[in-house]
Design a binder for this molecule. Structure first.
Ligand SMILES: Nc1nc2c(ncn2[C@@H]2O[C@H](COP(=O)(O)OP(=O)(O)OP(=O)(O)O)[C@@H](O)[C@H]2O)c(=O)[nH]1
Ligand SMILES: [K+]
Ligand SMILES: [Mg+2]
Length: 445
């Protein structure tokens, strides 16, 4: 029989309330031992909680959720205790001293929910993202997935693949032998093509999903002394980077994450770009160029008092890497030093000294991040999903490429494609296929 598991399910102690959950076949017996009697299912009721020797441990709310309609799918008891370390430790000690009960491993409650068919893998991933979400957009995307958004999409695709395959299999399982090898029906091919296009559209959101997850990367770059580190400190509202009047102060890449438009926006302060004989600074310059290459946006700073000309500045941008030039926001910095900042060639003028232009800069960053992240309620696309969908797509491309495929081969390719999808949700199952075939083709007669 399956173990019964116990763990503190709420956050760090001490806290106002600690929620301890007990899940598994012994949950009812254990909860009765500790709480005396159990309230009606799904009702909270106050109980004295006693240890194995009958000594009082605490007084708190007790709930009982009979399986399979519980969060884990097993019998589940919940204790709301006073959130002190000693209280929780003593409770867990008393519970685990009862037979059949042990401490839960990391993620084990969710794992049981999956094993018991309460949630699929994408919903489990959504739950874990929901716990990790730090910004509003991350929270919304995670909730969408935890609530089954991705599961429904992938299951719909899987069902359609199953249909197409069932139709093909029928053509060789149930036709006269002479018909075998006629190639795949045009209607089935068309259905698969529509499906492939839908997967492509979903895959095209990969870059947006990555921004949601990994953050929108902004490289603060420019010539030495442009005020890059000063800007980083101003936006972070703390002294993250060393600022001095000495050009070439920054060498390491420094990172600060802001929450803008509900998205994580990662700012990287970099070494000023210039030719240098100093080997340490040269490494810093190399890292600065690499950071620019990987950035979603380059914030190119050019100080109002700098001798650097427009053309030279753009040369730096061009020199920043071999790849595509990155999207760039050109900022005239230290605007307080110029009588009238020549904004024309720049997108924005700022002064860290006076604070001028900083709000406009933040608004511009938020707008860029928001545009890059795409529609606010699009389903998130995770790396694991992307990998599986790319494989699914590859199989469908094989299917599309050869119009004269033997039905047996075509069915096998679709089986592979569906397998990849099934692994996404963790519900690959041949019984499904049999069900579709038999229900559609009235085998029983
Ligand atoms: N007047 C004025 N001075 C500024 C402003 N921002 C920065 N400075 C000064 O410019 C100098 C260089 O600033 P940093 O922030 O170190 O410049 P940096 O671009 O990080 O320099 P490196 O790391 O050496 O490339 C410092 O003395 C700052 O106090 C500003 O808005 N106005
Ligand atoms: K400096
Ligand atoms: Mg610096």
């Amino acid at each position: 029989m399956e173990d019964t598991i116990v763990a503190l399910s709420s956050g760090a102690l001490p806290a106002g309330v600690a929620v301890v959950r007990v899940s598994g076949p012994a949950a009812r017996r254990v909860a009765e031992r500790l709480a005396g009697t159990l309230p009606e299912p799904r009702r909270a009721s106050l109980r004295r909680i006693r240890d194995e020797a009958g000594a009082m441990l605490d007084r708190g709310l007790v709930l009982f959720f009979p399986g399979p309609n519980s969060a884990t799918g097993d019998d589940l008891a919940e204790f709301h205790l006073h959130g002190g370390r000693a209280t929780v430790a003593r409770f867990v000690e008393a519970a685990t001293s009862l037979p059949g009960l042990r401490l839960a491993e990391a993620g084990e409650f969710t794992r049981r929910a999956f094993v018991n068919g309460r949630i699929d893998l994408t919903e489990a991933e959504g739950l874990s993202d929901l716990l990790a979400a730090e910004t509003e957009r991350q929270r919304r995307a995670a909730l969408l997935q935890a609530e089954g958004g991705s599961r429904r999409l992938f299951e719909d695709w899987g069902t359609r693949l199953l249909h197409a395959r069932a139709l093909i299999e029928a053509s060789f399982d149930f036709s006269d032998e002479g018909d075998v090898g006629e190639g795949v029906d045009a209607g089935v091919r068309a259905e698969v093509a529509v499906l492939a296009a839908e997967i492509d559209a979903h895959l095209s959101g990969a870059a947006r999903g990555e921004i949601l997850r990994e953050g929108f990367r902004v490289a603060i770059a420019g010539p030495p002394n442009a005020g890059k580190s000063s800007l980083l400190n101003a936006l972070a509202r703390r002294e993250v980077a060393i600022v001095t009047p000495v050009p070439g102060t920054t060498r390491d890449v420094l990172e600060v994450t802001l929450d803008l438009a509900g998205l994580p926006v990662r700012l990287f302060d970099t070494a000023g770009l210039r030719e240098t004989a100093d080997p340490i600074e040269a490494i810093g310059v190399k890292r600065a160029r690499e950071t620019m290459e990987r950035a979603d946006l380059v914030l190119w700073l050019d100080a109002a008092d700098s001798a650097e000309t427009e053309a030279a500045a753009m040369l730096h941008v061009k020199q920043s890497g071999p790849g595509e030039p990155r999207p760039t926001l050109r900022v005239r910095s230290k605007a307080d030093l110029a009588a009238a900042a020549p904004v024309g060639a720049y997108d924005l003028a700022i002064s860290v000294r006076t604070g001028a232009g900083l709000d406009a800069l933040l608004a511009a960053l938020a707008a860029r991040a928001d545009a890059a992240a795409g529609a606010a309620d699009a389903l998130p696309l995770q790396a694991r999903h992307r990998a599986a969908l790319v494989e699914t797509r590859r199989a469908l491309a094989d299917f599309a490429r050869a119009p004269d495929l033997l039905p047996e081969v075509a069915a096998e390719i679709l089986r592979e494609a569906a397998d990849r999808l099934g692994r996404l949700t963790g519900r690959t199952d041949v019984e499904d296929l049999l069900g579709v075939i038999f229900s559609r083709f009235c085998i029983g007669k």
